[in-house]
Design a protein around this ligand. Structure first.
Ligand code: 4FV
Length: 224
């Protein structure tokens, strides 16, 4: 998969996308990730990318020209252009699975008070929000989506890192069941006997019940 990111702060991406599973996917050629500085598509001495909103109001908006020029020069035939903003559809595991099937994503990172509406109207194929809160800039939301999507690219997760049987996985209606590892007893807290019983049918039954109970208690909305 090819992923391009248009941002004013390429430096913010160093770290989260240079470690562990994401870096392994990049080294394995499963993810071709490139960061692009929006200011490279400005032509004035001050490299201006923002301006005041027509009609007044607080803050600044991202101007259309640099973003249109950047997207038009980076976009390829199959590129899906995704804006990140609180006004987008709420990102979740189902959308992560959807995006993981794409070949080519271009993320346009939000900054300041947001985008000139013409960017949204005629340039974006999709708009995503990672949640109903306002961040200082859109770099973190892009990293969140890239992380969730990359681990679903076939071949990125090794066998022991399966994305099958986890919270929100396809076909599972909810949260994951409780899990334990050694020691079987820690400070008087014992691992449930069924899990050390070796009775796999019993273990599966217990796990299904626990996942349902936990989802009912914590996220009944997922069951609706
Ligand atoms: C955001 C979110 C988000 C809004 C102002 C960046 C900030 C600044 N993006 N999901 N929540 N963006 O808060 O995606 O432009």
């Amino acid at each position: 998969m090819k992923i391009d990111v248009l941002t004013l702060f390429p430096g913010m991406f160093a770290g989260p996308l240079d470690e562990s599973i994401i870096m392994r996917a990049r080294k394995a050629g499963l993810l071709d990730l490139k960061l692009h500085n929006l200011r490279d598509w400005t032509h004035d001495r001050h490299k201006t990318v923002d301006d005041r909103p027509f009609g007044g109001g607080p803050g600044m908006l991202l101007k259309p020209e640099p973003i249109f020029e950047a997207v038009e020069s980076l976009k390829r035939e199959k590129t899906r252009v995704i804006l990140m903003s609180p006004a987008g559809r709420k990102f979740d595991q189902a959308i992560a699975r959807e995006l993981a099937l794409q070949e080519d994503l271009l993320f346009v990172t939000g900054h300041y008070e947001g985008f000139d509406e013409r960017i949204r109207e005629s340039l974006a194929d999709d708009e995503l929000s990672i949640g109903d809160y306002v961040l200082t800039n859109g770099a973190l939301p892009v990293m969140v989506v890239i992380d969730a999507v990359t681990r679903l690219i076939p071949g990125v997760l090794g066998d022991d890192e399966s994305s099958q049987d986890e919270s929100f996985s396809a076909g599972s209606a909810g949260l994951e069941y409780p899990q334990y590892t050694r020691p079987a007893e820690f400070r008087g807290m014992k691992v449930p006997d069924v899990l050390v019983s070796g009775h796999h049918a019993e273990i599966e039954k217990w796990r299904r019940e626990q996942a349902k109970r936990r989802t009912q208690e914590r996220r009944p909305d997922l069951l609706e």
